[in-house]
Design a binder for this molecule. Structure first.
Ligand code: NDP
Ligand code: 2IT
Length: 444
């Protein structure tokens, strides 16, 4: 297919060195080949060229002063990728590895993820190479205030609505919101993941992890199976990992491992989540502590070893490219049957191919972790309506959305002759609506 090949070739030439962006674009455009074949009008309208080029990229300086009076400068980013179906929507990541390539891969993924939710949200992403680890609350606050002092010119409740991602949780969203309100004099739903006292939604904290497990549960149900008694390995120990573990446990699975960037814990008796929450959410300490507090639990330095633990279900919930081809082969050899991506792009292209060839049910990130942003859109709806739904109401909507996404990608894969290939199915199902909106809106 010459058109797709040409767009990919040009993208790599025009955006040199952006390895993560190339990787995400390759996965997406390869998945879209059957659709592009059916729609020659897309090429005439240069639809793919427009789709892979962000509408706007904002890059800015973030100066801040630490507790000792030393001045630091970080890079700030907001990529407003696509607003065809709604205001830009997507998280902010604070992590030292952040660069333009990472923000662009996340933004591109977000367009299709947000479309899959069925809600009216476009795609965007932002962040900074700021490292929140080891910083005091005051340093975090000053950094967030400086970041928002620039960002607030570019966002708005009907323009662009950021939220959390790695390194950005409730505390950071609170500081960011406070500064936005102070400068703009507006108390509006301009960020999601807000605290319940100032416009947040119930279930947003749990949403990504819960949503992931709701989708895995549906995939199991469609095969006459369930989570009961299944052994699960979850990577990461942040927001997504913790609430994926919680829901998996509630539904009868046994989660035996978690990690942070230093090493992993293995607890053959099943992870005690209250201990993890105390360490990670309250103390902001390292996962290593778990093995010191729970008898029988093991801690191992380094992350990779986690994929050697035999499991039925693997839920990578930390970061991109955590599972490469070799890790995937090891998981398959040890009997993994389902992989649900809680993180964004946690599996390399080789890893995906290993899983798919082995017949593993592979639920790709843009579908499987869409529960977070879907619940963000529900938060936006509640803010606009100036009302709140109960936990049960939001949770029910979240579950309905995840089940719906599963069937939409399953149906799309069948319709385009690639049954069971959920990577293609999710890309196709997400793209159709964005393409229709872009075609209807002319050359913009
Ligand atoms: P958190 O910051 O809460 O947690 C991140 C976790 O991943 C931590 O345990 C962290 O360990 C670990 N981690 C981060 N980078 C690395 C790395 N390079 N190597 C090993 N471990 C690493 O983030 P979230 O839980 O919010 O996000 C996790 C993933 O889920 C990301 O890919 C994010 O994009 C994705 N996601 C998040 C959503 C949300 O609503 N929050 C929604 C959809 C997707 P350490 O503490 O040592 O850094
Ligand atoms: O990757 C993601 O979907 C997120 N980090 C959540 C985005 C959001 O706007 O809630």
């Amino acid at each position: 297919m010459q058109y797709v090949d040409k767009v990919l070739r040009d993208l790599k030439k025009k955006n040199p060195g952006e390895a993560e962006f190339h990787q995400a674009a390759t996965e997406i455009l390869n998945g879209l080949r059957p659709v592009i074949e059916k729609h020659p009008e897309f090429e005439k309208a240069a639809l793919l060229e427009r789709f892979v080029e962000p509408e706007r990229v904002v890059m800015f300086r973030v100066p801040w002063v630490d507790d000792k009076g030393k001045v630091h400068v970080n890079k700030g980013y907001r990529v407003q990728f696509n607003s065809a179906i709604g205001p830009y929507k997507g998280g902010l990541r604070f992590h030292p590895s952040v660069n333009l390539s990472i923000i662009k891969f996340l933004g591109l993924e977000q367009i299709l993820k947000n479309s899959l939710t069925g809600l009216p949200i476009g795609g965007g992403k932002g962040g900074s190479d700021f490292d929140p680890k080891g910083k005091s609350d005051n340093e975090i606050m000053r950094f967030c205030q400086s970041f928002m002092t620039e960002l607030c010119r570019h966002i708005g409740q009907d323009t662009d609505v950021p939220a959390g991602d790695i390194g950005v949780g409730g505390r950071e969203v609170g500081y960011l919101f406070g500064q936005y309100k102070r400068i703009r004099n507006e108390h509006v739903g301009v960020l999601t993941g807000r605290g319940l006292a100032y416009g947040g939604s119930l279930v947003r904290t749990e949403a990504t992890g819960y949503g992931l497990v709701y989708m895995v549960e549906e995939a199991l149900k469609c095969r006459g199976d369930s989570l009961k008694g299944k052994t699960v390995v979850v990577s990461g120990s942040g927001n997504v990992a913790i609430y994926a573990t919680e829901k998996a446990q509630q539904l009868g699975a046994k989660v035996v491992a978690l990690y942070d960037s230093n090493g992993y814990i293995y607890d053959k008796n099943g992870i005690q989540l209250d201990v993890v929450k105390q360490i990670k959410e309250v103390e902001r300490a390292r996962i290593k502590e778990y093995a010191q507090r729970v008898a029988g639990a093991e801690y191992h330095e380094g992350c990779k070893g986690i994929w050697g633990i035999p499991c039925d279900i693997a839920l990578p919930c930390a970061t991109q490219n955590e599972i490469d081809g070799k890790d995937a082969e090891l998981l398959v050899k040890n009997g993994v049957k389902y992989v649900g991506e809680g993180a964004n792009m946690p599996t390399t292209l080789e890893g995906i191919s290993v899983f798919q060839k082995a017949g593993v049910v592979f639920l790709p990130a843009k579908a499987a972790n869409a529960g977070g942003v879907a619940t963000s859109a529900l938060e936006m709806a509640q803010s606009s309506g100036r009302m709140f739904w109960t936990f049960e109401e939001v949770d029910k909507k979240l579950k309905g959305i995840m089940v719906n996404i599963y069937h939409n990608m399953d149906d799309a894969a069948k319709e385009y002759g690639v049954e069971g290939d959920y990577v293609a199915g999710a890309n196709i199902a997400g793209f159709k609506k964005v393409a229709a909106a872009m075609m209807a809106q002319g050359v913009v």
